[in-house]
Ligand binder design. Structure first.
Ligand SMILES: *[C@@H]1O[C@H](CO)[C@@H](O)[C@H](O)[C@H]1NC(C)=O
Ligand SMILES: *[C@@H]1O[C@H](CO)[C@@H](O)[C@H](O)[C@H]1NC(C)=O
Ligand SMILES: *[C@@H]1O[C@H](CO)[C@@H](O)[C@H](O)[C@H]1NC(C)=O
Ligand SMILES: *[C@@H]1O[C@H](CO)[C@@H](O)[C@H](O)[C@H]1NC(C)=O
Ligand SMILES: *[C@@H]1O[C@H](CO)[C@@H](O)[C@H](O)[C@H]1NC(C)=O
Ligand SMILES: *[C@@H]1O[C@H](CO)[C@@H](O)[C@H](O)[C@H]1NC(C)=O
Ligand SMILES: *[C@@H]1O[C@H](CO)[C@@H](O)[C@H](O)[C@H]1NC(C)=O
Ligand SMILES: *[C@@H]1O[C@H](CO)[C@@H](O)[C@H](O)[C@H]1NC(C)=O
Ligand SMILES: *[C@@H]1O[C@H](CO)[C@@H](O)[C@H](O)[C@H]1NC(C)=O
Ligand SMILES: *[C@@H]1O[C@H](CO)[C@@H](O)[C@H](O)[C@H]1NC(C)=O
Ligand SMILES: *[C@@H]1O[C@H](CO)[C@@H](O)[C@H](O)[C@H]1NC(C)=O
Length: 366
């Protein structure tokens, strides 16, 4: 008897689960927004105006998102890369990164999607198109990502209309920022928290910018002294550019910094004491930055440091005995400097250490 009872219960359970599934599915489908016809045709028109080309994309997840669009029903809210507002059915998020090749102009149908909150066109080839002024039509945009998408020319004034913009990624394009310049961009887009570029201007007003990425660009000139207007900055990456001149001592005022990289530039600094008060720093990369002087004792106060890279500079003095007090360190790389001395015993306290480079030649205890 027992097995059949078990079997009965098993079947009953399956039925319960099945009906539960049906209820869930019904609830989900009744909630699913239905795309607006004009937005659906704007998307299809955009797709038709371009070709799909795998060779233009290099990202790890690159694939032709738009390929199956019209073959998979007419509800564009279900298409890959498209997300609609649950209540209104308007397209609010659009991720069209990768595989798109062709030109964009002012009559591009994408500009009809005026309810967008985020737009990602990264990792495409828009064939040196200028960014059309109609970009200002996206008045609700929080995030705009045009990284590595072969746009060129001056960024249009109309971008300053995007007052809700919090994240703007223009990196990896041959874009110009003259009018507007980056100063007015940062000053007028007061909600901007993340900016990825190629240009670095004078900053005249304090701003809420928290992340600034200008790495891997050909920007040259000084890192502006006025960078300390960006008082909320916690992530500054200006590595691998052609900056020259002195590292501005005003960096000392950016006390919120947790990530700082100035590596691989033609700047120089005679002291590292401007780092004294940056007690929130966790990641510090000053590889090949023409640094002179000692590692100051004040570094002992930077107890949150998990990575120190200061390779290939002109630092002098003994390896400090207190290095072992920076117990969060996973990376400690000081090689190719003029420092000397035995490896401090305290370094053996650094149990999290994964990368450890003091010298590039065998150590000689002095
Ligand atoms: C703008 O782009 C569309 C679609 O690619 C094209 O048909 C049209 O000729 C272009 N207009 C101009 C002025 O280049
Ligand atoms: C069609 O849409 C469904 C539901 O979102 C999805 O599971 C399926 O992968 C899509 N098919 C194609 C070819 O995109
Ligand atoms: C790129 O633009 C040039 C002229 O500016 C044009 O001749 C060429 O057809 C365009 N290529 C694509 C893929 O749209
Ligand atoms: C922009 O998109 C690219 C490709 O999808 C991505 O790698 C990058 O992190 C994005 N930028 C931002 C600021 O999210
Ligand atoms: C887009 O902006 C242009 C001017 O920038 C304007 O003429 C047009 O009406 C706008 N389109 C929509 C759909 O808002
Ligand atoms: C910021 O100041 C510099 C020099 O003082 C000036 O050339 C620039 O136009 C100003 N930028 C803005 C956006 O006010
Ligand atoms: C610069 O390029 C390197 C190597 O491709 C990458 O790891 C790094 O994140 C890039 N930095 C920025 C700020 O884009
Ligand atoms: C830090 O900011 C204060 C006030 O804004 C200024 O007086 C001081 O010179 C700045 N310090 C550095 C090192 O620039
Ligand atoms: C680096 O800066 C020095 C002056 O500080 C200059 O003489 C030299 O040409 C610069 N090197 C490069 C590669 O820009
Ligand atoms: C660490 O910071 C404290 C408080 O600001 C300061 O009094 C002390 O001198 C600093 N230690 C070193 C070694 O600089
Ligand atoms: C470094 O660690 C040692 C041993 O824990 C301690 O005696 C010393 O006071 C520490 N130095 C600082 C600056 O915290």
């Amino acid at each position: 008897m027992e097995p059949s009872l078990d079997l009965f219960m098993f079947i009953h359970l399956i039925l319960l689960l099945f009906s539960f599934d049906l209820v869930v599915a019904a609830a989900a489908s009744s909630k699913q927004p239905v795309c607006h016809g004009d937005e659906s045709s704007a998307l299809l028109q955009f797709k038709e105006s371009l070709i799909l080309d795998s060779s233009v994309s290099s990202g790890p997840n690159a694939h032709p998102k738009v390929k199956a669009w019209n073959t998979n029903g007419s509800d564009c809210c279900l298409w890959e890369g498209v997300e609609c507002d649950q209540a209104t059915g308007y397209v609010i998020n659009l991720d069209l990164s990768s595989w798109l090749h062709g030109s964009i102009n002012s009559s591009c149908s994408l500009f009809r999607l005026v309810h967008l909150h985020s737009l990602n066109l990264a990792d495409n080839d828009f064939n040196q198109s200028m960014i059309p002024p109609e970009v200002g039509n996206f008045s609700g945009l929080n995030q705009l990502n045009l990284s590595l998408s072969v746009f060129s020319g001056q960024i249009p004034q109309e971008i300053l209309k995007l007052s809700k913009l919090e994240s703007l990624d223009l990196s990896g394009n041959a874009l110009q920022l003259r009018n507007p310049d980056l100063g007015s961009l940062v000053d007028m887009l007061s909600n901007l928290k993340q900016l990825h570029l190629g240009y670095l201007p004078e900053f005249n007003q304090s701003s809420l910018l928290e992340l600034l990425f200008v790495g891997n660009t050909s920007f040259s000139g000084n890192l502006p002294y006025s960078i300390d207007s960006l008082k909320s900055l916690h992530h500054l990456d200006a590595s691998n550019c052609q900056f020259s001149g002195l590292v501005p001592s005003s960096l000392a005022n950016l006390t919120q910094l947790t990530y700082l990289s100035l590596a691989f530039n033609n700047m120089s600094s005679w002291t590292l004491s401007w780092l004294d008060k940056l007690t929130k720093l966790s990641y510090l990369d000053l590889d090949q930055t023409n640094l002179y002087g000692n590692i100051p004792a004040s570094f002992q106060n930077l107890t949150r440091l998990s990575a120190i890279r200061i390779r290939t500079n002109q630092l002098t003095g003994r390896f400090p005995s207190w290095l072992g007090n920076l117990t969060q360190l996973t990376v400690l790389a000081l090689s190719e400097n003029n420092m000397y001395g035995p490896v401090p015993e305290s370094v053996s306290w650094l149990t999290n250490l994964q990368i450890f480079e003091l010298v590039s030649i065998p150590l000689v205890a002095l």
